[in-house]
Design a protein around this ligand. Structure first.
Ligand code: PEP
Ligand code: MN
Length: 339
């Protein structure tokens, strides 16, 4: 249930409504927009049959939310949410935000060299996994805390924000010491204890779509995080598993405009995992920007042949820089900017 207040509603009237619904056992989430404030109510809404909120001063309209996700829905918040990273980078505004870096952090110097290149090309967020969720237990699992230290050090040195995956609820505090954005990987999209844990922090979360997740399931996972109080969620379309085996995954381009309709949260696209092939990354990135994404997360490696994970889908720095230039024109065509 969403309570839309009239533009003249006073703070006193808002608090009165919040107190009243809290007494009825409902939780109130206030969203203050530029034009008006809305209150999202979570809980057994039946109690409102005997206490219709329409009669409360300051209330303009009470709208039932039909979708199972409430706080992430467009009905709850009309304007696009802008997620701020370190009070500097804004995801969800006119600028397309570029996140780039290796799949996994392999060494301090290796990470530094790649970071210099992606920064030079225009990326503002450095990506890199320290805890890697690999399909095989025999493959490189990441450097763990050592990798997190390199990420923080390199990020600070080059003034890049850092995004890295957290795979275990017990690691949330540790990762939080080093990273600016928690990445929740596709394999963990429905790890509800992990979602609840990051939901209790104040750090932005990049929530990847699960390998076989429907859009509804993906948005419900985001709802877990928002319902715990963390509204700084960035959705990431990274391809889903289909019958097609020519590419690693099938990037669901439909998801971009659809999720922008259904939700106020920013949407970032990962063409590296979406395709699994570096030669397709540029084309799919352009399509994603044209379709309305708010950012891209791209794997870049200076020596993909020797990469410890995902070399086949990693761009070399030169190709990443070329992609940035190509995207400039697409962004302009759809009213966005790259820099
Ligand atoms: C990654 O970003 O390296 C990764 C493991 O992504 P995903 O969870 O989308 O597979
Ligand atoms: Mn990867």
């Amino acid at each position: 249930m969403i309570v839309v207040l009239n533009p003249q509603a006073t703070e006193e009237q808002i608090q009165h409504i919040v107190e009243k619904v809290s007494k009825l056992g409902l939780r109130a989430n206030i969203s203050r927009g530029t034009e008006r404030t809305v209150i999202g109510l979570i809980g057994p809404e039946d109690v409102l049959r005997v206490t219709p909120l329409e009669v409360f001063p300051g209330v303009e309209q009470v709208i039932p939310v039909l979708a199972p996700y409430k706080l992430v829905s467009r009905e709850f918040k009309k304007e696009n949410s802008i997620v701020k990273i370190n009070n500097k980078i804004k995801i969800g505004g006119p600028k397309i935000i570029m996140m780039a870096g290796p799949c996994a952090v392999e060494s301090r110097d290796g990470l530094y060299n790649i970071a210099v290149e992606v920064k030079k090309a225009g990326a503002t967020i450095l990506r890199g996994g320290a805890f890697k969720p690999r399909t095989s237990p025999y493959e490189f699992q990441g450097l763990g805390e050592e990798g997190l230290k390199y990420l923080k050090e390199v990020g600070e040195k080059l003034d890049l924000a850092v995004a890295t995956e957290v795979v275990d609820p017990r690691h949330v505090e540790l990762v939080s010491k080093y990273a600016d954005i928690f990445q929740i990987g596709a394999r963990n999209m429905q790890n509800f204890s992990l979602l609840n844990e990051v939901g209790q922090t104040k750090k932005p979360v990049l929530l990847k779509r699960g390998i076989s997740a429907t859009i509804k399931e993906w948005l419900m996972s985001a709802e877990y995080i928002l319902s715990k109080g963390n509204f700084d969620v960035i959705l990431c379309e990274r391809g889903i598993r289909t019958f097609e085996t020519a590419t690693r995954n099938t990037l669901d381009i439909n998801a971009i405009p659809l999720v922008k309709q259904l939700s106020h949260l920013p949407v970032v696209v990962d063409p590296s995992h979406g395709t699994g092939r570096w030669g397709l990354v540029s084309g799919v990135s352009k399509a994603a920007v044209a379709a309305g994404c708010d950012g891209l997360i791209i794997e870049v490696h200076d020596n993909p042949e020797e990469a410890l994970s995902d070399g086949t889908q990693s761009l070399i720095p030169e190709n990443f820089a070329n992609l940035m230039n190509d995207l400039e024109k697409v962004a302009q065509a759809v009213g966005r900017t790259m820099r």
